[in-house]
Design a binder for this molecule. Structure first.
Ligand SMILES: [Zn+2]
Length: 52
């Protein structure tokens, strides 16, 4: 159901830009996910942390 899904953002740890969004289920724990992704502001791969 739509209510069980929320949007989480993946934010660059260096510049705090929110470069990616994803839909996750509500009962999944937020904040543990860290991914190396490309940041358009830093122009490099940086660690991205999941935020609301
Ligand atoms: Zn960045």
């Amino acid at each position: 159901m739509a209510k069980d899904r929320i949007i989480s953002h993946l934010a660059c740890e260096k510049c705090r830009a929110r470069n990616y969004t994803q839909v996750v289920t509500r009962n999944r724990k937020l904040g543990d996910l860290k991914l190396s992704k490309h940041c358009s502001s830093c122009r490099a791969h940086t660690m991205h942390k999941e935020t609301k």
